[in-house]
Design a protein around this ligand. Structure first.
Ligand code: UN1
Length: 502
């Protein structure tokens, strides 16, 4: 597949080397679309040194002036939306509308961050002492290490870096080694914004954002380095379990966005038309490869047969194929490993008494090096072990329930706690699900699927999902350090707690 024009338009044609480094494949047909030079631990060291030097300058630039850079970056993204969205589709395999949506998510977070650059508010706190004022100030933290996954190759970086930059931090990014071209394109677009930004000297500009391309070795070097004051890592729970102790041992800060095993509860009062549409987008969209993908459908016995019948009909009509073709809803899995994991999960589910519909490989003759599958629905007798495991593929397990309490127990009985939802028109059920005794996830929706969150809310989840929050709301606080300031403007020195010390 020839992506030369796209790369040229995005300003990264030079980043593609004739040979060596890593071979970048498109999951669309499995072909190599380019080679990219590989970085090593020494490159991480150099990137962090630059990022730290730039930080010393950047932290003193007023936040609204930092916001101006992000505003310019948002403009670049608007201009490059089509090209970058297409490259996302080519490199990650997600369908073009979703690739474009991902770039829109970048634009949205830039807009959010620009506004935020004038709203990094601290509290003023009532002091117990006369003639004293107490307040909080938020200061830049330092270089931020960002590790991102193939499935959202550009948006997750943008959530982190747009906020980090207005917060006065610098960033060093290790993208998935499966999607280096989109990362280099983002870096080039930021470079265009920097070229139009006159707020800082050139050497500072060069250290604001760096990309390091590589695998585990590169990620490990970044995670272990105390100069990376915050490690924001998106990936599997296993990755998080490797990253968290290393960051903790050096008393760094970690923001983890790990796996999800996201469910929808469908109650007897649910609007099934809405539910079917929401299930389709959440379960088969992005070929089931979002961390927010719908994996478990917990359905009341009264509506289960009707809902499953409608879903099976809808699944039959889904076009699986090239993500660049009109009408395709399901593109390829990222690679053969993903396919093998999916097939193993289906075998395990069948062994647990599940009835599998769909799930087979397709287009194998035309595209022997690509991994297209029909999405699967698996009707389970209950929530067996395999249902509680996250398989990064379009498998939807259907689990029955009778009482809402039971549904909530099933819902929460998984290790992850990312996204969740209930379909109901009953106020009591909706409120129960979103209450303290309801869903234990970081995202709990009513009559909306679990995936496709807006950037304005805090994004992330509990338990093995890692506890981090990125993107909107007050997630910016993870990227700053808080100072409590008590100012004495009196002529006395009263001590707190009424202590006399004469
Ligand atoms: C991810 O899959 O890592 O809510 C992120 C969503 C998207 C982000 C997903 N906005 O599905």
């Amino acid at each position: 597949m020839d992506v030369t024009d796209l790369l040229r338009e995005l300003g990264v044609a030079d980043a593609v080397v004739p040979d060596g480094g890593i071979a970048v494949r498109t999951p669309i047909d499995g072909s190599v679309i380019g080679h990219v030079a590989l970085d090593d631990a020494a490159a991480v060291d150099a990137a962090l040194a630059d990022a730290e030097a730039a930080f010393r300058h950047w932290r003193r630039v007023p936040p609204p002036a930092r916001g101006e850079l992000v505003r310019l970056f948002g403009e670049e993204l608007r201009g490059a939306k089509d090209a970058l969205g297409r490259l996302v589709a080519v490199e990650s395999g997600k369908i073009l509308p979703e690739g474009l949506g991902e770039v829109q998510e970048m634009i949205d977070i830039c807009d959010f961050a620009v506004g935020l650059s004038r709203q990094l508010y601290g509290l003023t706190i009532a002091s117990e002492r006369p003639g004293h004022r107490m307040m909080e100030t938020w200061h830049p933290l330092g270089p931020v290490g960002i590790i991102s996954a193939f499935n959202f190759p550009v948006a997750v970086w943008a959530w982190n870096s747009a906020l980090a930059l207005v917060c006065g931090d610098t960033v060093v990014w290790k993208p998935s080694e499966k999607t280096p071209l989109t990362a280099l394109a983002c870096q080039a677009l930021l470079g265009r914004a920097l070229a139009r930004y006159d707020g800082i000297p050139g050497d500072v500009a060069a250290g604001l954002s760096r990309v390091v391309i590589g695998g585990v070795e590169v990620g490990a070097a970044l995670v272990a380095d105390p100069r990376a004051r915050l490690i924001s890592a998106t990936g599997s729970c296993a990755m998080g379990r490797a990253v968290a102790p290393v960051v903790a041992a050096r008393m760094g800060r970690a923001l983890l966005e790990l796996g999800g095993n996201n469910a929808m509860v469908v109650t007897p009062s649910a609007d099934l038309d809405l539910a079917v549409r929401a299930i389709l987008f959440a379960a088969v969209g992005t070929a089931g490869q979002r961390c927010t993908s719908l994996r478990r459908l917990i359905v009341h016995d009264d509506v289960r047969a009707a809902l499953v019948a409608r879903l099976k009909r809808a699944y039959e009509g889904i076009k699986v194929g090239s993500p660049l073709e009109d009408d395709t809803l399901v593109g390829p899995l990222i690679d053969e490993r993903a396919f093998t994991a999916m097939q193993a999960a289906l075998v395990a589910a069948a062994a647990d008494g599940g009835t599998v519909s769909g799930g087979a490989r397709t287009l194998a003759d035309e595209l022997p090096d690509a991994w297209y599958v029909r999405p699967a629905i698996v009707e389970m007798p209950g929530q067996t072990r395999i249902v509680t495991e996250e398989t990064f593929a379009p498998i939807l397990y259907v689990v029955p329930y009778r009482e809402l309490d039971e549904a909530i127990v099933l819902h929460n009985a998984v290790d992850q706690g990312l996204a969740s939802c209930i379909f109901t028109t009953d106020l009591r059920e909706a409120e129960t699900f979103t209450s303290a005794a309801g869903s234990d996830c970081g995202i709990a929706n009513v009559n909306i699927g679990p995936s496709g969150a807006e950037i304005g809310g805090a994004f992330g989840g509990e338990k093995q999902t890692g506890g981090g929050r990125e993107s909107g709301s007050d997630s910016w606080k993870s990227y700053m350090r808080r100072a409590t300031n008590t100012i004495n403007y009196s002529t006395e020195l009263p001590l707190a707690q009424g202590i006399e010390f004469n």
